[in-house]
Design a protein around this ligand. Structure first.
Ligand code: GRF
Length: 242
């Protein structure tokens, strides 16, 4: 009885400490909404990152303009709220974007990640979410914007390609660059092989960029991104090796 009474304040203190840690963690988690149109492999990589203990972001909703988007299953299986907003149901782009915006607001989203979202967003949306809207593109922007990127890289004979995570502006595949990952283009590459190599890099780059943003280390100044406490070594990537 006496021992139990002595233990009670100790247990209470531990309990309070855990509750405070938990509350502290919840309050600093960045709420992320992910927009997809298809396969969803980048969504999967973001979800995996967010599921890592201590990762400073959580995905509060996934939205697709296509009900058939395969990536929606990843979210459903993880009990992340899923919304299908078919663009064909809306009279114009502005109305569609307003519907997307309403879903994001409903889920308290603070940062929007485009992950293979195949609709051009209106300047209204881009401005409303300025510096809170990011995209991943499978080339080293500003080289090779648009579609059929890997074939264009091969046709041009580029020796290095990669992927870019950037803030979105109203012009397609344009905006302050947050992070890029470079991969070599090899002599025997086909479009598919190169796409796979770049995709592997994307799956590391997007979570890494999300972490930087969620840790409040990304600052936009005059349309250029500066990352605080970056540990980049400055090593060059050579292809072919020199
Ligand atoms: C990725 O290559 C991404 O860079 C581009 O669209 C593709 C989406 O792939 N924006 P997934 O749906 O994430 O697998």
């Amino acid at each position: 009885m006496v021992a139990g009474m002595r233990l009670a304040p100790f247990i209470l203190r531990i309990y309070l400490k855990c509750a405070c840690m938990l509350l502290g963690k919840v309050s600093v988690m960045l709420k992320v909404g992910v927009l997809i149109s298809g396969r969803g492999s980048n969504l999967k990589s973001l979800m995996a990152a967010c599921a890592t203990p201590g990762f400073p972001a959580e995905i509060t909703c996934v939205i697709s303009n296509k009900a058939s988007a395969k990536g929606l299953d990843y979210a459903r299986n993880a009990n992340i709220p899923v919304h299908v907003v078919p663009h064909k149901d809306f009279a114009d782009r502005q109305a569609f974007d307003a519907a997307i915006d309403a879903v994001l607001e409903k889920h308290g989203v603070q940062l929007v990640c485009l992950a293979g979202f195949m609709r051009l967003l209106t300047p209204w949306f881009a401005e409303r979410w300025r510096d809170r809207l990011v995209n991943i593109h499978p080339s080293l922007l500003p080289s090779f914007p648009g579609t059929d990127v890997h074939q264009k890289v091969l046709d041009y004979g580029a020796k290095v390609t990669g992927c870019t995570v950037h803030f979105v502006r109203s012009e397609m595949d344009h905006g302050p660059i947050i992070l890029q990952a470079a991969v070599p283009v090899l002599d025997g590459d086909t479009e598919e092989v190169l796409a796979e190599r770049v995709l592997k890099a994307e799956h590391k780059a997007y979570p890494a960029a999300l972490r930087l943003i969620a840790e409040n280390r990304v600052n936009v100044l005059n349309e250029r991104v500066f990352v605080t406490d970056s540990t980049e070594s400055g090593e060059a990537l050579f292809n072919p090796k020199a």
